[in-house]
Design a protein around this ligand. Structure first.
Ligand SMILES: [Zn+2]
Length: 535
């Protein structure tokens, strides 16, 4: 089959721009129509919107598509846009700078977890096939000067048309840009191009900054005679409202309910994705000040603990510590070489196997252990637990969540929570055996929540300003050993605080407080244990 054909570069840019807008934007069009339903009043505006975003593409392409660059650029954009369209259409996610960071930091297993036939078809029909057509195009040879002139005409023409459209429908556009800002987050490819530039900007800015040290005065006061042993578990994708400890109708915490735990039921996360929340949880910055480059260029609470002489170790059964544990002992438990408990994947419980040896080999000093769980990482919830935890059925045995019923999705997700319940109770068991030698405690917090199909949203990672509560309302649990100083931790007072609003902002200071590390960076007002309940 001979697909070769002759075309001018200007025509190719216009056709590619229209193609991308019309076929790569089901999610965008769907979300726009939800706000501006198709009726006699809105129809012309909707057409103008499609034309406007085609113009945006033409403006962008006319700036970068010249003789040799036109094919590689259009092909790259078509391939990426087809995948972006798949994820936006399927999960209602948005490709912003945080999502790009997530994608870059995703490991191969996580990527494989997302693969599906539908994704392949999107890639083939919206990406590979049109790319082949671009590849086969015989672009009319003209001098570079003429190409520049033709691009300039495209650029000016598209700008003039955009201006005319916006003026012609000024009432609609005023509401579209001001009141419905999140709608344009779905525009493909313009929004992910914008986000990539934003991400690259932040990346180069942070790479050049020297690491900012904090808490140089960190120390363990001589009055602190006993040794602390705290295990801090970073949960993954767990929702507070699916914990039976917080009143969920299914028994997802049967084992933790038997322990004397405190479950804080009003805790919000810093971000809606691992790559954002994780560094934020350990950062001195609260949510309002935090961003990824600030997190990367500053020390975190682990550095402060280490400076005070605490033995700090991070065990990871997730993708990585996202830079948080760069300066402390770190071990991955993702592969069977390190993790003794693996079936279809390595289990969180494997992180506990060598911990007693670690604890016994440290004869002096406090110990702070971080366990970073695989937890409820989606969309393949059915892979997140060993078979014996499949208590809630029927389950959703695919990563194509939209093919499953709401009940199946919830069951599968809740089974994975059951496994976390077991993992945390095993962690408490380990702490109990060390209770005679240490003041021991478990501190568990999830990094973010998850949408399970409410209003057609799936997974997580929506910009915080528009993220539904399911993605930001996280479980937080504390457990204290019998030998914990009752003056230091007033259990009954703390019990009265469990409905108080707390957030990831409190973690930095609560960890320092629990470890009894003194430093100028410690703020008692943000320490949950010291929180005054006003009575
Ligand atoms: Zn996460």
């Amino acid at each position: 089959m001979n697909l070769e054909y002759k075309i001018s570069s200007a025509k190719l840019i216009i056709i590619a721009s229209l193609f991308l807008v019309l076929l790569g934007n089901f999610a965008f069009i769907k979300n726009v129509i939800a706000v501006y339903p198709i009726n006699s009043e809105n129809t012309l505006f909707l057409f103008s919107l499609i034309l406007l975003f085609a113009c945006v593409n033409i403006v962008l392409f006319s700036l970068v598509c010249f003789k040799q660059s036109i094919k590689p650029i259009l092909i790259t954009l078509l391939l990426i846009s087809s995948l972006a369209a798949y994820f936006m259409d399927t999960y209602n996610v948005i490709i912003d700078d945080v999502m790009i960071d997530n994608i870059i930091k995703t490991d191969i297993n996580e990527a494989l977890d997302l693969l599906s036939i539908k994704q392949f078809l999107y890639f083939l029909l919206l990406g590979a096939f049109p790319s082949l057509l671009v590849y086969k195009a015989q672009i009319t040879e003209i001098a570079l000067k003429k190409v520049i002139l033709s691009n300039l005409m495209l650029f000016v023409g598209a700008l003039l048309l955009s201006a005319a459209l916006i003026l012609g429908f000024s009432n609609f556009y005023a509401s579209f840009f001001r009141e419905h800002k999140p709608l344009r987050f779905y525009a493909n490819p313009s929004y992910y191009i914008y986000s990539s530039i934003k991400y690259a900007n932040g990346f180069f800015k942070s790479g050049s900054e020297p690491l900012q040290k904090i808490g140089l005065d960190a120390h363990t006061p001589s009055s602190d005679e006993h040794r602390e042993l705290i295990i801090f578990v970073v949960g993954e994708t767990a929702r507070a409202d699916h914990f039976s400890l917080n009143g969920y109708h299914k028994k997802t915490n049967p084992l933790l309910e038997k322990e004397n735990v405190l479950s804080f039921d009003n805790v919000s996360s810093c971000g809606t994705s691992t790559a954002y929340s994780l560094p934020c949880m350990f950062s001195i910055y609260g949510r309002s000040e935090f961003n990824i480059s600030k997190g990367q260029s500053s020390e975190n609470v682990l550095d402060v603990l280490k400076r005070a002489g605490v033995n700090v170790i991070w065990l990871d059964n997730n993708s990585s510590s996202k830079g948080v544990a760069d300066r402390v002992h770190y071990q991955s438990y993702k592969s069977p070489d390190a993790n003794s408990i693996c079936d279809i994947e390595c289990r969180d419980e494997g992180m506990l196997a060598n911990l007693q040896t670690y604890i016994d080999s440290h004869l002096t000093g406090d110990i702070f252990i971080v366990l970073h769980q695989m937890g409820n990482h989606g969309p393949s919830y059915y892979k997140r637990y060993p078979k014996q935890f499949e208590k809630f059925t029927p389950i959703c045995q695919t990563n194509q969540l939209e093919q499953c019923s709401q009940e199946e999705i919830n069951n599968t997700y809740d089974n994975a929570l059951l496994y976390t319940d077991y993992f945390l109770s095993q962690t408490i068991k380990l702490l109990k055996t060390n209770d005679s030698k240490f003041e021991s405690a478990l501190f568990y917090v999830s990094d973010h929540g998850e949408s399970l199909g409410e209003n057609n949203f799936y997974l997580h990672g929506l910009p915080y300003m528009i993220a539904p509560k399911e993605q930001t309302h996280v479980p937080m649990i504390m457990w204290f050993g019998d030998s914990f100083d009752k003056e230091e931790v007033n259990f009954s007072k703390l019990k009265r605080q469990i409905h108080q609003p707390f957030s990831h902002d409190n973690l930095f200071h609560t960890i320092l407080g629990l470890m009894e590390v003194g430093s100028e960076v410690y703020d008692e007002n943000l320490d949950i244990i010291e929180h005054e309940d006003g009575d």
